[in-house]
Design a protein around this ligand. Structure first.
Ligand code: CA
Length: 340
């Protein structure tokens, strides 16, 4: 090959590399929160399939364990807020009156019907969501995983998984190791590596450390950020939400999932859209930022859906978001790319 050709070839490769880099830098990740939960009962296979058709970048699975150590896709360790467990197994609650997925076998859980999330008084949490009478059921992690893989193949999409390990400390205190079960499934499907199209998220920093250091997880990890007062996990969130906390996190995770209410310097006395210093530190550290949760039917007071998306995408330059409603976010991004 002569010199000109070599130079041309190098030039072409450089352009190609730039093109790939800029695509990556501009990518904004839409994560379908609990499937298409704005339209169908959360985490059902139907909600997953509808989410897939809406073409997000990732579909979320929250995971809890059954009595027989099977991973099922459910947001809570409790069952009564999204199923008819009280009618089917009226005596199977614990002393606190609550029904735990961990007290039922997978076969038993499969007999339950899943409905739109309800409050303690039985009324829906979101009053304008799914109101039909369809029969939906609890499904396993592997049923979701294999279905997404199959839908990707049949539609030519590359939609990833965004899997959350729920209440790992609580599960262990009950004698069940949920993180080990998750890694077993991921390894079986060759997903426990940094390039796999999946993020694993957890609210517990203790568990994130255990996943990396003790269980040798290679998959991309995301630390979810809560408030100490939510009693989500024993993690001390106030110290994570500092630039020093971010430096520690950087050794373990590829990203953070902050609550949208946390990301600014806003105080009740002084509203502000300027990012909090620890969020800026996370961006400078190269951590991916995927805040939760954009809901068109639960917006912050006085803020429109478009204004909030403008903040998240344009002003704050976050890397993506969790949303119950994928279509309006897709529409916003399309409009935005037409403007630029
Ligand atoms: Ca979640």
């Amino acid at each position: 090959m002569n010199k000109t050709l070599v130079t041309l070839k190098r030039f072409a490769l450089a352009i190609l590399a730039m093109a790939f880099t800029s695509t990556q830098a501009n990518a904004f990740d839409i994560i379908a929160h609990r499937g298409a939960s704005g339209y169908l009962p959360e985490h059902t296979l139907a909600a997953m399939a509808m989410a897939h058709a809406q073409q997000p970048d990732y579909i979320e699975q929250d995971l809890v364990l059954t009595k027989d150590d099977r991973l099922v896709v459910l947001h809570d360790i409790h069952l009564e807020t999204v199923t008819n467990v009280e009618q089917v197994f009226p005596t199977r609650h614990r002393q606190d009156g609550r029904y735990y997925a961990l007290d039922f076998t997978l076969a038993e859980l499969r007999t339950l019907s899943v409905h739109e999330r309800t409050k303690a008084d039985g009324t829906p949490v979101f009053k304008n969501r799914y109101q039909g009478n369809g029969h939906f059921t609890i499904a396993t992690f592997e049923e979701h995983l294999s279905s997404i893989t199959s839908l990707n193949a049949s539609t030519g999409q590359h939609i990833g998984l965004y899997t959350e390990i729920k209440s790992p400390g609580w599960h262990r205190a009950q004698g069940h190791d949920i993180s080990k079960q998750v890694l077993t499934v991921l390894r079986k499907h060759n997903l426990d590596h940094a390039d796999a199209n999946i993020y694993v998220q957890c609210f517990s920093f203790e568990e994130i450390k255990r996943l990396r250091d003790t269980l040798n997880a290679k998959v991309k990890l995301v630390q979810l950020i809560a408030e100490n007062s939510w009693n989500e996990t024993p993690t001390e969130y106030d110290s994570l939400k500092t630039p020093a906390g971010i430096l520690t996190l950087q050794n373990y995770v590829q990203g953070i999932g902050p609550w949208l209410g946390h990301v600014t310097q806003s105080t009740p006395e002084q509203p502000s859209t300027a990012l909090a210093p620890w969020v800026v530190a996370a961006q400078q550290a190269g951590l991916v930022i995927h805040p939760y949760t954009f809901r068109t039917d639960q917006l912050p007071a006085g803020v429109s859906a478009e204004q909030l998306l403008n903040l998240i995408v344009e002003k704050w330059q976050f890397d993506g978001l969790f949303t119950d409603q994928v279509p309006p976010v897709k529409a916003f991004l399309k409009q935005q790319s037409a403007r630029h």
